[in-house]
Design a protein. Sequence first.
Length: 187
Amino acid sequence: MSVQFLALVGSLRAGSHNRQLAETAVKLAPAGSTVTLYEGLADVPFYNEDIDVPGSVPAAAQRLRDAAAEADAFLFFTPEYNGTIPAVLKNAIDWLSRPYGGGALSAKPVAVLGTAFGQYGGVWAQDEARKAVGIAGGKVLEDVKLSIPGSVTRFAETHPGDDAEIVAQLTEVIERVHGHAGTAAAA
């Protein structure tokens, strides 16, 4: 079954290890499916109901919503900033949660994963992202997780895509989300 994944990365840094994980996911898409790495989160204005008006939604926010509407499933890659979710990812979730009850995340499978410098691999940020996505209407896959600790040292000289253990774990995550998306489509 063909599944269109949309990957959102909570770090804007060009050399982000979470971005590298997402780039690796693009290469690991199951046959016939695609993982698209969303570009442009930095351009999306902070969510404000005053500017979220039909016919005049900011172009960057509308592009995000359109890309999400085309997706069958989501992969959210998040670092941990001060023990929680980065603002850019939370902002994307806020835009995708609207219109209320009919946002682009609604009932679609979402896996939250990532890497961080700390010893737990960003689990606090991932837990916060799962909470926000669930409230926004996404079908959070609580049993599909990947938290990679020690990113600064682990990936200092090795791209995540060149780490066999990471590739195997990421492949499993993608395959499990793919299965959930297939089940949702058949229902």
